[in-house]
Write a protein that binds this ligand. Structure first.
Ligand code: SF4
Length: 209
């Protein structure tokens, strides 16, 4: 024994939606927590875009030493979960369903794997409602018996800092939220969302179990 007191950090599982948002989450949360990530994003369309975002997260993990896993990419299940909500605006009911399911998946895994808490980096986006995300996280935490750590990572110039770090690490930054409907709106906001189109699944599948 060298007489120094070692503080054991609590374990935190962070839902990762994309590498640019993860930059600020890693910077702000890893000093106080023994943190790992879960990339759980079956909302992303098409499959090639999913691959790009996962690849960017791999690159960020390589740069920072942050550990993460990706769960199975199941876009068909995601499309089923938002059926009837295709025309909803961003921050509306479709987003609530989409975010709830990803946070439930994270909460379930955090509980199964003995994490002390879980969190989400989605709150850095200026296009997202942090209060809604934190409410959904708290509900998922209650359902699976694990603490949810609320955040609002856009505060204190968090979004600006995430943009800086994304450039610094040379990471891919997407120009739409993720699903087919947000992609179509980004191209032409006056066009209403199209119905479900052919789903393309990438080859890579990782399972955190
Ligand atoms: S806009 Fe984003 S949060 Fe909303 S349903 Fe689409 S992918 Fe999910």
């Amino acid at each position: 024994m060298d007489g120094r007191i070692k503080t054991m950090k609590k374990k935190l599982l962070i839902h990762i939606c994309c590498a640019p948002d993860a930059t600020i989450g890693i910077e702000r949360l890893c000093s106080d927590w023994d943190a790992e990530g879960l990339f759980s994003n079956s909302n992303i369309h098409p499959g090639e875009e999913y691959e790009k975002r996962l690849h960017a997260m791999d690159a960020l993990a390589g740069e920072t030493g942050f550990t993460f896993t990706a769960d199975a990419y199941e876009p068909e299940t995601w499309f089923e979960s938002v059926q009837g909500l295709e025309g909803e605006p961003e921050k509306g009911l479709r987003c609530e369903v989409c975010i709830r399911e990803r946070l439930r998946t994270t909460a379930r895994l955090a509980s199964d794997k003995g994490f002390d808490a879980f969190a989400a980096v989605l709150t850095v986006s200026p296009h997202k409602n942090a209060a809604m995300i934190n409410r959904l996280g708290a509900e998922a935490g209650e359902e699976f018996g694990v603490e949810y750590l609320p955040t609002d990572l856009k505060k204190q110039d968090g979004f600006k800092r995430s943009v800086e770090m994304t450039k610094q690490y040379g990471l891919y930054r997407q120009d739409y939220c993720g699903c087919e409907y947000s992609r179509n709106r980004g191209k032409n906001p006056t066009v209403s969302a199209s119905p479900k189109s052919k789903v393309q699944s990438p080859k890579r599948k990782l399972d955190p179990t």
